[in-house]
Design a protein around this ligand. Sequence first.
Ligand SMILES: Cc1cc2nc3c(=O)[nH]c(=O)nc-3n(C[C@H](O)[C@H](O)[C@H](O)COP(=O)(O)O)c2cc1C
Length: 417
Amino acid sequence: MASNPTSRTPRVTIGVCGGVAAYKAAELVRTLQKINIDVHVVMTRAAQEFVRPLTFSSLTGHKVITSMWEGNAESPPTGLDDQDQIEHISEAQAADAVVIVPATAHVLAKMAHGLADDFLSTMLLATTAPVVVAPAMNVNMWNHPATRANIALLRERGVIIVEPDSGYLACGMTGSGRLANVEAIAQAVVAALAGIPQDLAGETILVTAGGTREAIDPVRFLGNRSSGKMGYAIAEAAKQRGAQVILVSAPTSLLPTAGCSFVPVTSAEEMHQAVMEQLPRATVVVGAAAVADFRMPSVALEKLRREGALHLDLEPTEDIMRSVVDAHRPGMIVIAFAAQMDADVSHARAKLIAKGADAIVLNDVSRPEIGFDSDRNAATFITSDAAIDIPEMTKREMADRILDQVLGLRKVIVGAP
Ligand SMILES: Cc1cc2nc3c(=O)[nH]c(=O)nc-3n(C[C@H](O)[C@H](O)[C@H](O)COP(=O)(O)O)c2cc1C
């Protein structure tokens, strides 16, 4: 988050619940503090079986709230904070955002049904701040119809869900349920503080990016000038707007956004294979990669020597967007990109129709100030019956404009994700 000397430090309350991943909440405290966020912590009783409050009070410099009924025989609980305010209400109002890490199946159920039997769940009912939850649990608990229904209900109410990752779980099983990457959770908190709408929640957006490389011999390749910046900007924007993102990328010098499923590839053939493998999960495909049109039928095993002229016989590569459209499922939205040496809409629309995509983003790469390797771009978003000019702006801004158009298409394309 950019620091602004005139604005006050945002305050985030982390609710820590009783799961194995409770220790990762300590890492989130540090990550948020590094971006100038004042972090407070509330722990459930079960959370304290996994991590001691001392860890969080030492890290945050604030008292950790562990119960609604703090006190003892000599000093019975008052429910009041240091300013004599009712503590679960004052904490709820003081928070600019609340993030639950890890969110147990139990706390999700309580949130969905409005239960308020401890400090955290009562505070969650009393807050009007954005709420981010990062669930972590056993794969069967995550897939249980009760948890699925609770997640759907919470999402419908505007709770921001940072979906768990797939992989090896503490219980020894493999599957979905591992706490999302802490960077991705921090990013969702930052987006919540900035009021970025989570209007792509529920979508899984597969983005291709970068320029593929087609090997000639062990040291040389046929490449192109794509930097990958447009595709990476789309991946970042989609992630910040609540989508699940799969980024299939040819080599670039860029760092993928935290929390994306990142699939690195080199050649058009590898990109084709990766896209087709990931496609069953995708509700939207954005083909922003510059994919080679031709490759060597076979790669020389030895480095080619300079012995006079060299003639390369090339064969066409796979048409990735064509394959995507052929494997189209109801409700899936496909956005292609066209790099042209002009801004001829009819030519781009012919390509759109030939490919069978829902829209095509026309880039005029003859303009040196925009396009390849530039941080800026201008484009035309073309559908079968409309051509919307997107004037020159940063690629990050353009990413949001393209995703706005995707949302527009979602409203008319039957089969929500
Ligand atoms: C060793 C152990 C690990 C657990 N891990 C998880 C977990 O990762 N996710 C989860 O939802 N529940 C987990 N549980 C169950 C919760 O601790 C239990 O449902 C508890 O009531 C949650 O309380 P809370 O939501 O108030 O923190 C675990 C329990 C134990 C004993």
